[in-house]
Structures are given as C-alpha cells and as structure tokens.
Design a protein around this ligand. Structure first.
Ligand code: ATP
Length: 539
C-alpha cells in the first residue's frame, strides 16, 4: 500500500536526508527546499531516466540547456508579463493572503468570509541586472523553461538540420512567486521542470497531442506510477493557459493533498514561435499574438513540399521534478510486518495503548481539540494494532501527546517490537534508487572481513553505474532496515564463509546478496557480482 499520509514521507525525507528546508538554521525560507545526499541522487536518477527515454531512445529529439536569466522582452512577447497572474485575495479579518481559486470564499486560517475582491498578482520574480537599479535594468527569473527553447528554435534548427516533426527537451530551474507555497515539495517557489517542446506541422497537432499523452503515461508507469493511479483531466476552455488550445493534465492522488496535477501536456499551437517572430503579418499565424517590433528573426520552418515558410505547432509535455519525486516516494512507501508478532507482546502493546488513551481522555493539560484528535487516531489504531503498530510513533508525535506521561511507557513498549517485527520500505524502481548496493561486514572489527567488504564496494563502484556504499554502523538487521527505507535494492554481506573461515569451505569467495522486496538471500561468487547485479539495478 502506498503512503497513507504525507507526514510519513516528510518524516522519512528529513530523517534520512532526502530533503531539508532551505536555510533552516535561520528559520527557513517558505516554499524553498534543499535536496540532501539521498535526495540529489533520486532527483538525478529521475531526470536521467526522463532524458534517456525522451532524448536518447527517440530519433526525433535534441537537448538544450538555456540560461535562467533572459532578455525581458522574452516575457513581454510570451505574454507572461501581462497574463502570468494568479488571483489574489486578502482576508480582512486575519490579514492572510490566499489564491482565490484555492479557497472557495472562506479563509482557511480563520474561517472568515470577509475577503477582498480577487486581483491579479504576477508570479514572476524580478532581479536586477548590473549595478544601476533603474526601470530598464531588471530581469525575471524564468517561470517556465519553455521560453528558452522557443527563442532558440532557429538556432537548433539550423545547427541540426532537423525536419518536422522534431522536439527539444530541457531540464532546468523555474521560479514562481506562489502566493501560498505548501504541501512540501508539491507547491514551491523554486523548482525544476522537465519540458519538451515538440514541433509539428499545423494540422497534425491534435494527433501528436494524443501520441504524447500515451508516451508520457507510459513513462510514468515505467518509473513506478501505475496507469491506474493517474487520471487525465481534459482542461476546460475557461481554465486554459493563455497559449493553449487544449491541455491534458495528468493527475496523481497524493495523500492528504488529493488528486493534483503532476504534468501538463499542452497544445501551444503556433502561439509562442509566432509571438517571438518578426514579420508576423506574413506568417499565416492562427494564434492571436501581440505585434512584435523587437525580434530580429523569423521563427519559421521551410517546408520543401509546399515551398512555403510555416510556423510549426507545438505540443508541450511539462512535468515538475519535485512533484514527480514526491509521487514516486509516496507510491513506493510501505510500512509492513516482516514476521508475526507474538500474541502476548501484542496484548502488552495494546494494554499500554489503552492506558495512554485513558490518560489522554482525563488530562487537563490538553486542549479539547488536541485530545479529540489523539483519541480518534488512537481508537482507529487500536482496531488494527497488529497491522498498524508503527503508526504509534505518529500518534505520539501529535500535538499535545508529549504532555502525557504514559506516552513514554507506550513508546518504550512498542519501539522494540517495531524494530524487530516491522520495516519501512521504499519500493523504488531500482534504477531510481539513490543507492543501488550496500555492502556490510558481518563483524566490523575483523580485519579481513572489513577489507574484503571494502574491496567489494570498490569493485562494484568502479563500473561507474552502481552507486555502492559501505556501512558498518550497526548489526546486520538494523543495517537492512536502514537500507530498506531509502529504497536500496540490494544488500551484500561479507561473512566468515566469504573469507574461507566459515563452516562451509565451498562458500569461500562468495557473499550473501539480499533482495529488498522479497528479503530473499542468495549466495553469489564475488567474481560474478557485477554481472549478477548490473541488469537488476537498472530495471
Ligand atoms: P498548478 O495549477 O498546480 O499551479 P500549473 O498548471 O501552473 O500548476 P504548469 O504551468 O503546467 O503548472 O507547469 C508544469 C509543471 O510544473 C506542473 O505540472 C508541475 O509538475 C510543475 N510545477 C508548476 N508549478 C509548480 C510549483 N509551484 N511547485 C512545484 N512544481 C510546480
């Protein structure tokens, strides 16, 4: 079962170093996050998979990496200066600001309906270029990577001699001054986009739009988001962005956040190339564009068949890396029992839980709201304690729970049981996993075992494809659990048999390979490890 609460992912991300709040030591910066040692690996692996699928495995794609800062005129003619707005309202009661289309007329902070009329708020960040701060010296941080592709259309076309249809892919940072950044990585102010602008003959755009929809759904499935977990939202005309003829939003059901956009696939028509072109009146444009007096280029394609210059239509699949990473983590997350819990231990845990809840019910230290929330969750938990024992940790982390003395006793009772009988596992596709292989010495102070384990790590890492780590910071069971929860598909243990000092001489030169998902263990000769693992870790 995937994650049932966003808190599970937030806690794991923080505990294990996937994601940290930006500038945390100074109180953070709202809507901005840093990717830690494991987060950067997962992010890079997602991007590499997207790039491989969309650039290398197709014959009709080129890559690009355009700068974040661009001439301000780009945003004038793209329409973003005028139309990249969200409707902003203020709550007159508590003075909070909200996006009007997110709150249905009620302030989520204080419940007041006394809100100002919505007014447009431009989401582009401004920055100053050069030492003189006057009205002509500012630029925007790009709110989408797409425009870097459009303004380079002619450059790519002439240097690659591509024929239509073809596309340009780009991955890079985008910035949006979101009114209410929230929900962890879901809505942030600085994020990364993976975007494709696919240029086609006008008239073939609708067919290509459908094809890209199918291709993109296949990719989501390939990285571990089953087709059944994605819904397609055919965006109604009234909600379309200013450049779009039709857009399919792919929606994923995030825990707590609900069904939300993970990728937009838009038919941007000839709007963008047309907008950035000179001589627009000679181009037979279908989109309504502002007259362009500044561009020095015609962004057209010479069609040999008709002998005419045309402005291609564009299909744009655009996905956010952060939303993707969040979905992949939610989807792969599981808390599960690894072995049966003895009846008497379960009974003792259940008793401790009931005693805790009773004390919560009687406590005068808690607000009514906190008490009800803890009791409701606690009751639900006690209905299925054997399956949900690890959730006791979340119960004890609820506001007010730390005021209850018996909470300590409950924790003391269940923690050893959780450690022994349950595990958190992140079932990432192996090729996305931050670490592919972890190598453990059975005994961390045995010279030969340690040396062999370190040699195995070096040998596997030398191939360059498998991120392999060495870990000797605990007993093997604990080390397995630490790797399970970060999604490491394989753990290798070097023991006395490996070095020829075990019970079975036939096992000399072999190690135990343990599979994350099945927990099955297999003995594999060190000499064959690389071949044994190579395909599996890239699956
Ligand atoms: P929303 O309606 O949720 O604000 P959008 O329709 O404005 O999103 P697009 O302009 O279509 O988003 O951007 C393409 C993709 O970029 C989105 O599908 C999403 O994955 C990502 N994205 C957009 N805004 C954000 C953000 N503030 N934080 C994280 N990812 C974002």
């Amino acid at each position: 079962m995937p994650a049932t609460s966003l808190d599970q992912i937030v806690a794991l991300a923080k505990r294990r170093g996937f994601i940290f709040p930006s500038s945390e030591i100074y109180g953070g910066l709202q809507g901005v996050y840093d990717y830690g040692p494991l987060g950067v690996e997962l992010k890079n692996n997602i991007i590499a998979d997207w790039w491989r699928t969309n650039v290398y495995e197709r014959d009709d794609m080129e890559g690009l990496d355009a700068a974040i800062l661009m001439n301000r005129l780009v945003w004038k003619y793209s329409g973003h200066e005028e139309t990249f707005n969200d409707p902003l309202v203020d709550c007159r009661t508590c003075k909070m600001r909200w996006r009007a289309d997110h709150i249905h007329g009620v302030c989520p902070n204080c419940g007041s309906r006394d809100l100002t009329e919505p007014r447009p708020f431009n989401m582009m960040f401004r920055t100053q270029i050069g030492p003189v701060a006057d009205s002509g010296s500012f630029a925007y941080l790009r709110p989408e990577t797409a425009q870097g592709i459009f303004v380079n259309f002619a450059n790519v076309l002439t240097t690659t001699a591509r024929k239509l249809p073809f596309g340009i892919a780009q991955v890079g940072k985008a910035f949006r001054n979101e009114i209410n950044p929230r929900n962890f990585l879901f809505r942030v102010r600085e994020f990364e986009q993976m975007e494709i602008e696919y240029f086609v003959m006008p008239g073939t755009d609708e067919e290509w739009h459908q094809r890209w929809l199918a291709d993109r759904l296949a990719w989501w499935e390939q990285i571990g988001i089953p087709r059944s977990r994605i819904t397609i939202y055919d965006v109604p005309t009234t909600e379309l962005a200013h450049y779009s003829k039709r857009t399919f939003d792919l929606m994923y059901e995030y825990p707590n956040i609900g069904v939300q956009e993970i990728e937009g696939i838009a038919n941007r028509t000839d709007y963008d190339l047309g907008s950035h072109s000179k001589d627009q009146e000679q181009l037979n444009l279908t989109a309504r564009v502002n007259h362009n007096e500044d561009s020095i280029a015609r962004l057209t394609y010479y069609d040999q068949a008709s002998g005419r210059h045309i402005v291609p239509y564009v299909i744009e699949p655009s996905a956010g890396v952060g939303r993707c990473m969040l979905a992949v983590m939610c989807e792969g997350y599981a808390e599960e029992r690894t072995k049966a819990l003895p009846v008497e231990k379960l009974a003792a845990a259940s008793e401790a839980l009931q005693a805790f809840l009773k004390s919560v019910g009687r406590s005068e230290k808690l607000s009514g709201e906190a008490r009800d929330a803890i009791l409701a969750r606690g009751e639900a938990l006690s209905q299925a304690l054997a399956e949900r024992l690890p959730e006791v940790e979340q119960l004890l982390a609820m506001p007010g729970a730390d005021q209850i003395e018996l909470g300590k006793k409950l924790r003391g009772q269940v923690q050893p049981l959780i450690d022994e009988h349950y595990r958190t596992v992140l079932r990432l596709k192996p090729r996305l996993a931050p670490i592919k292989v972890a190598v453990f010495p059975l005994k961390r102070n045995h010279e030969q075992i340690v040396a062999t384990a370190k040699a195995v790590r070096r040998q596997l890492q030398a191939g360059g494809q498998m991120r392999t780590v060495y870990d000797d910071t605990g007993a093997i069971g604990k080390l397995y659990r630490r790797q399970d929860e970060i999604g490491t598909p394989f753990c290798i243990t070097v023991d006395f048999d490996t070095i020829g000092q075990g019970k079975d001489p036939a096992l000399a030169g072999t190690v135990t390979v343990r599979d994350r998902d099945t927990m099955a263990q297999e003995r594999v000769p060190i000499a064959e490890l690389e071949v044994y693992l190579r395909e599996k870790v890239m699956s």
